[in-house]
Design a protein around this ligand. Structure first.
Ligand code: AMP
Ligand code: ZN
Length: 463
């Protein structure tokens, strides 16, 4: 059974057929690096990772680009107009007393660490907006040549009235945009849906990041970067473009408008949007202290793969509600999985179980149904398939799940850990509790847990 994907453009689940049967091209709108990336953002990037891995699982080669926004994303999109407000990077630089590039480097570094901890496969390339300024200028020049742009006092704008298909993704009309906006529309814009391609630097301020252009010193608008990077790295038409559902209405609509106006070709064939992660039933919010990061998860004692498993508990097109209690439940399931796998005595057999492999792939291929894929895993564990074949099948599943199952297979406690556990046990018998505790901590630092049972002690790998 081949892969089927929900395409936001047709609003239907479609058979996936790449333009080039040998190489799938895919792009994800990545983070704006003015602050820590939260676990909501990572729900979307983990969706991209599932799609990436599932494409590979189906035998495709994939060229995958994720961008990093380090310029031009203004604060105005929170108030309904993405062309207004401060550049998030410039504002953070001012607040933290560092250069915009320093800010970006710092948060990129933190992002990469969390990215790896969640077992997200590296894209073919991470592209940074400030490394593609010339390509963005070239794209504006092309649009200007074709008559799609006009100038206002604060920048060069795209005239959405000239693009016949405006609204084909979002279904947004100008009226709807006007209604949704919480600010007065910019009176210099010809249509409320028009958006900035190039913004002029303010007269009274020197920005950390600004460039010369045929229109004056300034910086590119946020929407422009994704078109420029996607088309330069992956070609005019790509197969899959991913992002959170909030990007569908404006950002992706604008990407389509400027790309297709410039090239005359279709920009993206399958648009995939992930539903939001909520916290305690509401919107994630930094100011309310619910903008949790992967580091917060770790500080509270959870392995980041627990979060990865948590993301799999809901289909990507339904909202998922994060609570610490829900995370603990998932952690318990994962522990149980590791315990079962660790208890198997047989060696992995040469052959995986074909029937379960097929069920698993069917779940993946029916629009990335991760909850069903996980259910198939539990079904397998309970089945009468031989232990050796179960292990082999689980390892194959883990090419997509990436839950580190391999670490727990045929697991034997190393001798030096067992020795420490024995020493601790002796201390306990002698009632020397502080020393027993010290040894327990040493064992813990080495990545293991000792549990006391009626028949002695048991050592487990920490998760
Ligand atoms: P930003 O850094 O705001 O540009 O967002 C980066 C990515 O994270 C985009 O694809 C957003 O759609 C996505 N995103 C933002 N908040 C959430 C959330 N609460 N749940 C899921 N995805 C989100
Ligand atoms: Zn984008």
């Amino acid at each position: 059974m081949s892969l089927r994907l929900y395409n936001s453009l047709s609003r239907k689940v479609e058979d996936f057929k790449p333009l080039n049967p040998d190489l799938v091209t895919m792009y994800t709108c990545g983070p704006t690096v003015y602050d820590y990336v939260h676990i909501g953002n990572f729900r979307t990037y983990t969706l991209s990772d599932f799609v990436h891995r599932i494409l590979k699982y189906n035998g495709y080669k994939v060229r995958y680009v994720m961008n990093i926004t380090d310029v031009g994303h203004l604060t105005g999109d929170n108030t309904g107009d993405a062309d207004l407000g401060d550049d998030r990077l410039e504002a953070a630089a001012e607040k933290e007393g560092r250069s915009a590039r320093d800010i970006a480097n710092f948060y990129i570094d933190d992002f990469m660490k969390a990215y790896n901890r969640l077992n997200l496969l590296k894209p073919t390339k991470f592209t940074r907006a400030t490394d593609y300024i010339q390509q963005q200028i070239d794209l504006i020049k092309e649009l200007e040549k074709k008559g799609y742009t006009y100038k206002t006092s604060d920048g060069i704008y795209f005239n959405t009235g000239k693009f016949r298909n405006y609204g084909k993704l979002s279904g947004m009309t100008e009226e709807a945009v006007l209604e949704g906006a919480r600010v007065e529309p910019n009176p210099e814009k010809k249509h409320p849906t028009d958006f900035a391609l190039w913004k002029f630097s303010p007269q009274d301020k020197i920005r950390w990041q600004e460039w010369d252009s045929p229109w004056g010193v300034g910086f590119p608008g946020w929407h422009l970067e994704c078109s420029a990077m996607s088309m330069n790295e992956l070609g005019e038409t790509i197969d899959i473009h991913l992002g959170g559902e909030d990007l569908k209405m404006i950002h992706h609509q604008n990407e389509i408008a400027q790309s297709e106006s410039a090239t005359g070709s279709e920009f993206v064939r399958y648009w995939v949007h992930g539903a939001f992660l909520q916290v305690d039933g509401g919107r994630m919010s930094k100011s309310e202290g619910t903008g949790y990061t992967v580091s917060d998860i770790q500080t509270k004692g959870y392995d980041p793969v627990v979060l990865r498993y948590f993301y799999m508990t809901a289909h990507y097109r339904t909202p998922l509600n994060f609570t610490w209690e829900a995370l603990t439940n998932v952690q318990n399931s994962l522990k149980k999985l590791y315990d079962i796998v660790g208890s198997y005595k047989e060696e992995p057999s040469a052959k995986a179980d074909e029937q379960y492999l097929q069920k698993f792939q069917e779940a993946l291929n029916e629009d990335i149904n991760m909850p069903r894929a996980v259910a198939v895993l539990w079904e397998l564990l309970k089945s009468d398939v031989s232990e050796g074949s179960k292990i082999k099948t689980l390892l194959k599943f883990d090419e997509v799940l990436a839950l580190n199952i391999e670490n727990f297979v045929g697991f034997e406690v190393p001798q030096h850990i067992l020795n420490l556990a024995k020493i601790r046990s002796e201390y306990r018998k002698a009632g020397i509790w502080d020393k027993a505790d010290l040894v327990r901590r040493e064992i813990s630092d080495l990545g293991y847990l000792v549990e006391d049972t009626n028949s002695g002690f048991k050592v487990k790998r920490k998760i």
